[in-house]
Design a protein. Structure first.
Length: 350
């Protein structure tokens, strides 16, 4: 009897212990669930995805070149007697640049001029006599021939004489002088470099896969590295018909105005060529994309929860990228806080 009571008492103690343990487990589970439900939502910012126009643009570097760049050379040999302009000064087309000593030709020119005047006077007298039928036609023809030969001699000597006074073939700026007063110069030696930078050429090498999108008179956005804040627009002036055999690229020349004359030949430029315009692209900021183990993701907010989407991209324009799959119009794309969330996390839109 005593043994049975002891057994029952022991059984009651065991059951009481199990019951107490179960109550503690339920209490702990309830506490965990309460803590989980109280986890704060991650603050995020979103934008609504909607169709918008995007441009497929290729941006290529180029070098600037003067609109006109000529080197004036001496057409005759002699000593430099005078130089009219200095480096950096403006020169007009036809303006005298220098004087070369051609005094030896001056006497010959005066002699030729006198010979022509004599032949011309003789011709005029014989023409009047012929009109009055006093002389024969042969005498008139002879005097006309002499007059023509004298005129030819005069013109030849005058051309040689004028070569001692080189003039600018274009309007522009004296970029470099090769001679000083008193120097002797040979025929063909350079006198000055003259550049016209009222307009600027930009030479760009376009890859063969993209040259089909470029055509003459096409407008091209341009930026000069030296003036990053300035937005310029150029016009395509020339597209090469033959590729460079070494690079397999095609020369494309675009022109820009240079009203302030501060864009100089040799500067680096960036020229944008528009390959196509996508009128209804779904675009996202580049920084909204997240790389997860090589997978390109974005996060969207739906009913206070972050949802991950695997996306494919298309063209990139500036800081925007076209999303070709993975997003739909009306989605709330997370653009701030996207690196802090995971799929299924609660978020709070700020």
């Amino acid at each position: 009897m005593q043994t049975r009571r002891s057994f029952l008492f022991l059984t009651v103690l065991i059951l009481a212990g199990l019951l107490a343990t179960a109550c503690e487990d339920k209490t702990g589970l309830a506490t965990t669930e309460t803590q989980a439900s109280r986890t704060p939502a991650i603050p995020v910012s979103v934008i609504t995805v909607k169709p918008e126009s995007m441009r497929d643009v290729i941006l290529l570097p180029g070098t600037t070149e003067a609109w006109q760049d000529v080197q004036v050379a001496a057409d005759t040999a002699g000593r430099i007697e005078w130089i009219g302009l200095r480096e950096g000064e403006q020169v007009k087309k036809g303006e005298l640049l220098a004087k070369i000593d051609v005094s030896a030709l001056k006497a010959a020119l005066e002699h030729a001029a006198a010979q022509f005047k004599l032949a011309d006077d003789l011709y005029q007298r014989r023409r009047r006599l012929f009109e009055r039928k006093i002389i024969a036609k042969e005498e008139l023809d002879q005097s006309e021939t002499q007059r023509t030969l004298a005129a030819t001699d005069y013109e030849q000597i005058k051309v040689k004489y004028d070569q001692g006074f080189p003039r600018s073939p274009i309007s522009g700026i004296i970029n470099h002088l090769y001679v000083d007063v008193g120097e002797f110069i040979d025929t063909g030696k350079p006198i000055a470099d003259i550049v016209n930078i009222d307009r600027i050429k930009i030479n760009v090498q376009v890859p063969e896969l993209d040259v089909r999108f470029v055509f003459e008179r096409q407008k091209t956005p341009v930026r000069i590295d030296a003036f990053p804040e300035r937005e310029l627009t150029g016009v395509v002036d020339f597209v090469a018909f033959k590729a460079d055999p070494a690079t397999k690229t095609f020369l494309v020349r675009t022109l820009i105005d240079n009203p302030f004359a501060d864009i100089r030949p040799g500067m680096i430029a960036r020229v944008a060529f528009v390959r196509q315009i996508i009128p209804d692209a779904l675009a996202a900021p580049l920084f909204a994309l997240v790389d997860k183990g090589g997978e390109r993701l974005v996060f969207v907010e739906k009913d206070g929860v972050a949802k991950s989407r695997t996306v494919s991209i298309g063209v990139i324009e500036g800081d925007r990228v076209q999303i070709t799959s993975g997003l739909s119009p009306g989605d709330h794309l997370i653009v701030k806080g996207q690196t802090e969330v995971e799929d299924g996390m609660k978020v709070s839109v700020q």
